[in-house]
Design a protein around this ligand. Structure first.
Ligand code: SAH
Length: 231
């Protein structure tokens, strides 16, 4: 899989894609992530990519031409399954969308900035508009990072233990069961006991542990996110 991210702030996005699971997935050859500086596609002497909006509104708008030039260049090199624009009025990003996008061959994620992008770009070039939540960010970079992270970690082989991606929250519309590590008993720095790890997890009885995990998932989903059980 290949993900191309277009942004005016590559220095913000690039380091994120090079660390941890995303960095390792690229080294293993499971995914290629390319970050493009939109200013490289500006024909303006000062590498500007924005201008005042028509109509006298406040803020600046990203112009058609640099985006057109950048996306046209990429499209001339390969076919893209999806050209995504990050936008608060887009379709809400969730686990099923991450699963679906992780099966694509090539995708572009365009990060907006300022007041947004010239609407004609959205009409002419964009195939999918995605929001990461009902709040407004200063730019699409964090949204692109969130989406890329969620997409890449479920590519088979990206996470060491493959089972672990499948047992995460939202896969199967269930929240994950609690997890514990050593020590079995923990005494807090203030001297009080924090209790012990559920006995069943120490039993080594695989089937019983699976049963416990499912029961915990069901209980937590019912209590914290009953809406998921209706899906
Ligand atoms: N004027 C726009 C918001 C502009 S915010 C509006 O009211 O809809 C600047 C850019 O940040 C947007 O173009 C978008 O690319 C990005 N952005 C902001 N909030 C976002 C969100 N919740 N999800 C995805 N992208 C977002």
């Amino acid at each position: 899989m290949r993900i191309d991210i277009i942004t005016v702030l590559p220095e913000l996005v690039l380091p994120f894609t090079q660390e941890s699971i995303l960095g390792r997935a690229q080294k293993k050859g499971l995914v290629e992530i390319h970050v493009h500086n939109l200013r490289d596609y500006s024909t303006n002497r000062w590498r500007r990519v924005d201008d005042y909006p028509f109509g006298g509104f406040a803020g600046m708008v990203m112009q058609c031409e640099p985006i057109d030039r950048c996306i046209s260049q990429l499209k001339s090199e390969r076919h893209y399954d999806e050209i995504i624009f990050t936008s608060p009025d887009g379709e809400q990003f969730d686990q099923p969308m991450a699963n679906e996008l992780s099966l694509k061959e090539n995708i572009i994620i365009l990060c907006g900035h300022y007041k947004g992008i010239d609407y004609r770009v959205r009409e002419q070039l964009i195939t999918k508009e995605v929001s990461i939540g009902d709040y407004v960010l200063t730019g699409g970079e964090l949204a692109a990072a969130v989406m890329t992270d969620a997409i890449v970690r479920i590519i088979p082989g990206a996470i060491g233990d493959e089972q672990s991606a499948l047992s995460d929250s939202f896969q199967d519309n269930l929240l994950a069961a609690p997890v514990y590590s050593r020590p079995k008993e923990y005494v807090g720095v203030n001297g009080e006991s924090w209790g012990s790890v559920p006995e069943i997890l120490l039993s080594g009885h695989e089937a019983k542990i699976k049963e416990w995990e499912l029961a915990q998932s069901m209980e937590r989903t019912k209590r914290l996110r009953p809406d998921l059980l209706k899906k």
